[in-house]
Design a binder for this molecule. Sequence first.
Ligand code: SAM
Length: 393
Amino acid sequence: MLTTSKIDPSGSDSQPLSFRDKLRWLPPKWLFRFLNWLGFRPAPVQALMDASMFMLPQWMYAVAKLNIPEMLHHGAMTSSDIASKVDANPDRIDRLMHALCQQGYFKLSLSNGTERWLNTAKTEVLIESHPNTIRPLLLHWVEDCYGPSTRLLDALSSQASAFELYHEQPGMDFFSDYLESRPTSHAQFANAMTASSAFTDRAVMDDFSWSRFDSVIDIGGSRGSFILPLMDKYTKLKATIFDLPNVIEASERTLSDSTMNSSGRLTFQAGNFFDQDTIPRIGANSAFILRNILHDWSDSKCEKILSNLASAMTGQDSRIILIELGRAGNRERSNMERGRTTIDLLMMTMFAGKERTTDEFKGLLNAAGLELVAIHKTRSIAQVVEAKLATAN
Ligand SMILES: C[S@@+](CC[C@H](N)C(=O)[O-])C[C@H]1O[C@@H](n2cnc3c(N)ncnc32)[C@H](O)[C@@H]1O
């Protein structure tokens, strides 16, 4: 590796710098153009650009709230057309569009001497009706999580989460306190969960053998975004959505017309997974499904949830199926692990929860009288963790 002495104004330190750190070294012009063409950026420039990324979700949020992607879906528009349609400052809209264009959102087309904006694939998915929309996730992250993330530094040395510190309410629960008193955020959160399913559902359904179950109970199943497509695929499967009373009330209302509901294959159960008496019992060839549930909770709360469920299982043929991202927790770097560690930090920000390693799953299950059967990888970021009552039980 090419090295040079570190440029230090005090001249006191002569630590060698790698080629990637040579910010102040001027290469010959031909080499500068070549490196630029290759997309090479010195490490300090990369870090600076990463640091500036705190703004990007706000830019995306602004165009999503103004429904600019929807407008462009119907045809190309100039910045001033957009500005007049959304009643905004044309210069500011133009600069926002140019900044997003540099990030791969929006592109310019030139026709008859006029430049007009068009959507790209990344802006199409900000449209609510797009089959792979990420809009509700973007709105949830910016409106509910962005503020709390400003307290992460303080949360690192606190028992409280960044979410609790931000709201100045120790013990505040995101589900039963925060969402409960904000119906719009609540509905948006349910939509965000549905939108996030699009990234994993197909793989989770195809890469695990669900056909062995006659009936399942989706614990914290919300609006049925996982269970309904699963029932579509396995047409004999019976299912119950179990969730907090206010969620069940909304889900029953939303799903009242669904064919599953009318055929009696889908039922609803209001309850609380911390209260053993509200959890229905399951028998052989049945399973409790917990999709994206345990990652919201601390180890002690997870042990309580799991032991309540274990008490409602009647034999070795019933299963607990966790659908979680998990975390390798090793030195390997990959896109999947980058996604998992990012969501792990979201859990750290909003809850006392975490994405767990295999050993951490084993520890939780064993403490609740269960044992790990297998962790099934899928063709997605999600993993299926299969558990049963511990053999000694
Ligand atoms: C992160 S969401 C996951 C929703 C769904 N399983 C999915 O993957 O889309 C967590 C769910 O757990 C439910 N929940 C939270 N606390 C609960 C409790 N104490 N008892 C039952 N459900 C609860 C929430 O209402 C919400 O629907």
